[in-house]
Design a protein around this ligand. Structure first.
Ligand code: F6R
Length: 594
């Protein structure tokens, strides 16, 4: 969701800006633009669509040593060139990620002062307000400081000032921004993956900070005072964005789950001290969005099975505004791949006011959520490029299983040696499931308009995730239902050949789900049954059309295996439908606005 880049230094800025924007493509965008200074003039080039469209419009002979760039994911105003960034007002040119919430009010003030606006965006207002303050104060740092007192909402902004052609400025609140440090050159980016091969050192701008960036100097200010900053180091191998001959990043990332489990076993299973002891809390709240929320719901089931108390899971965008019952004996666990999801981050800030302890299950190191929580467990999945989350999900579920495992061992409910063997078998099971030939199933259902996913208990949660994967990358409508719930309304939608994907991995309620499957089969549905092998039940061959047996492991780990066929079914349907699998329409990888 919106990417920001900037460069100042000794090289031509244009190729560097474009390279950075391409690296940030994974965040999701619908238009792109750059601004750069050539012969003391600020030039702006912007267009809708892919960065290649922008690339074609650029004149690389226009040598310039300072510039900013942006990929826009539309929030205010349609996807068109006028609304795309950079925006300009008077002396100020900016790119912006976030939402200026009081922009209507500020627009009115500025209109009364004679400003006119070309676009429908909040960003143009933000830009004009900086210009207005700059005209009043004649000092850009004072102007930005004043703006921060007035601006409501979120912003990560890179700014060029016409009469200060040798400096870039940045400011931030609630949206991410980093400054990469080079030699006689410096970079700006929404995240360091944009320039990780140009620089190994970077500064993370914190909320309410302003940065002044020259080619050989960086100064950071807060409340008008210059402050010291920490320099972070880019982790080697943190950004492996090579597709390694896979057709899509999503397929690569699904396949990587095999080795990831091995890696996680080595890091965490062999050293459970790295896993938080959650037994001392009275309440556990788990929060997340989308796939991370689904991982959290699996976490709820796993932890509840090894504890005496109820765990509640919440969608972060709801939790941040709802009444909550939490105190200093409450542990709030936030799951997030990017570590930048605005709603999840807002929940962490909220619960701190209640005195809660916070734990992050996060993939991206040093991300905002990783820094905001009291404790973090990294999911170590490496860079996830495909918008649809796969390996991040299974690694989150893995970490939840370890929280439950540690609790189970403490309470004497789990035999560590036996369960260790199951963890060690995960990679080979995942390999079998990824190598399985799904073509037969795909050929029957890829043209369907609707697909229904059925399961009970924890299997229903896996189906929520399977259904989300299908929707987001193939644009096929689908719903997940608790198997027993269908007959309370939705079964009216089932007709001849409606695809139903059903999962049974919990033996205790398997026969109940089978009865529900028979109900849809009797109405002509085409049933694909995913079933844990070795279940001690008789399944009538009449009740399904295709069956996939999933390797059997301990209940604590079964959800990690159950999701693999669901990911691959979604992937293969999307592929057959010719969809842009890694960058599905309208979606962003890092959701930094609410
Ligand atoms: C779905 C997907 C999203 C994310 C959600 C939260 O495949 O990727 O639903 O899971 O936007 O993102 P993170 O985990 O970065 O907080």
């Amino acid at each position: 969701m919106c990417g920001i880049v900037g460069y100042i230094g000794k090289k031509n800025s244009l190729p560097i800006l474009i390279k950075g924007l391409k690296r940030l493509e994974y965040r999701g965008y619908d238009s792109a633009g750059v601004a750069y200074i050539k012969d003391n003039n600020i030039k702006i080039v912007k267009t809708v669509g892919k960065i290649n469209n922008l690339d074609k419009l650029l004149n690389y002979n226009d040598e310039s040593f300072i510039g900013i760039g942006h990929t826009r994911w539309a929030t205010h105003g349609s996807v068109d060139t006028t609304n795309s960034h950079p925006h300009q007002a008077g002396s100020i040119t900016i790119v912006h990620n976030g939402i200026l919430e009081n922009y209507q009010e500020l627009k009115e003030i500025l209109t009364n002062k004679g400003y006119t606006f070309k676009s429908d965006t909040d960003t143009e207002v933000l830009c004009a307000y900086i210009d207005y303050e700059y005209n009043q104060t004649k000092n850009i740092l004072d102007a930005l400081n004043n703006c921060m007192k007035v601006f409501e909402g979120s912003y990560a902004t890179a700014i060029m000032v016409k009469d200060i052609p040798n400096k870039l400025f940045v400011m931030k609140k609630d949206s991410p921004l980093v400054i990469g440090i080079g030699e006689q050159e410096n970079y700006i980016a929404s995240d360091i993956s944009a320039y990780a091969d140009e620089t190994s050192a970077y500064i993370i701008l914190e909320d309410m900070e302003i940065g002044q960036i020259e080619k050989d100097n960086i100064s950071i200010y807060k409340n008008k005072k210059e402050i010291k900053y920490n320099i972070e180091q880019v982790e080697q191998d943190a950004f492996d964005s090579d597709k390694n001959n896979y057709e899509h990043y999503m397929l690569k990332e699904i396949s990587e789950q095999e080795n990831l489990m091995d890696k996680l076993n080595n890091i965490y299973l062999k050293n459970l001290d790295k896993i938080m002891d959650i037994s001392k809390y009275n309440k556990i709240h788990i929060i997340g969005c989308g796939t991370a929320y689904h991982a959290g719901m699996i976490g709820k089931y796993l932890i509840e099975n090894y504890s005496d108390f109820e765990v509640n899971t919440y969608i972060a965008s709801e939790y941040r505004y709802q009444k909550i019952f939490a105190d200093d004996k409450t542990l709030v666990i936030a799951a997030s791949q990017s570590g930048e999801t605005a709603d999840t981050l807002a929940c962490i800030k909220k619960v701190k006011k209640y005195g809660c302890k916070t734990l992050g299950i996060v993939n991206v190191k040093n991300s905002s959520i990783a820094r905001a929580v009291d404790e973090v467990i990294y999911t170590e999945a490496g860079q996830e490029v495909a918008v649809a989350s796969t390996k991040a999900y299974s690694s989150q579920v893995y970490i939840f299983s370890l929280l439950a495992l540690k609790l189970g061992i403490t309470k004497g409910l789990i035999n560590k040696n036996e369960i260790n063997k199951e963890y060690e078998k995960l990679p080979s099971y995942i390999k079998e499931l990824t190598n399985y030939d799904y073509e037969d199933i795909i050929s029957k259902i890829w043209q369907a308009k609707d697909v229904f996913y059925l399961g009970r208990g924890i299997d229903y949660i896996s189906m929520l995730e399977g259904s989300l994967k299908l929707k987001e990358i193939s644009y096929v409508h689908s719903e997940a239902y608790q198997a027993g719930e269908l007959k309370h309304g939705t079964i009216s939608l089932i007709e001849k050949d409606t695809p139903i994907i059903a999962l049974i991995s919990d033996e205790t309620i398997a026969l109940k789900t089978i009865s529900n499957i028979k109900e849809v089969k009797a109405r002509g549905a085409y049933v694909v049954l995913l079933i844990k092998e070795d279940l001690n039940i008789n399944i009538d061959k009449e009740c399904y059309d295709k069956i996939i047996e999933i390797n059997a492991t301990d209940n604590l780990l079964q959800p990690i295996l159950n999701v693999i066929p669901l990911q691959l079914i979604a992937y293969n349907i999307a592929k057959k439908r010719g969809c842009d699998i890694d960058k599905p329409r309208n979606l962003a990888k890092s959701v930094t606005v609410e």
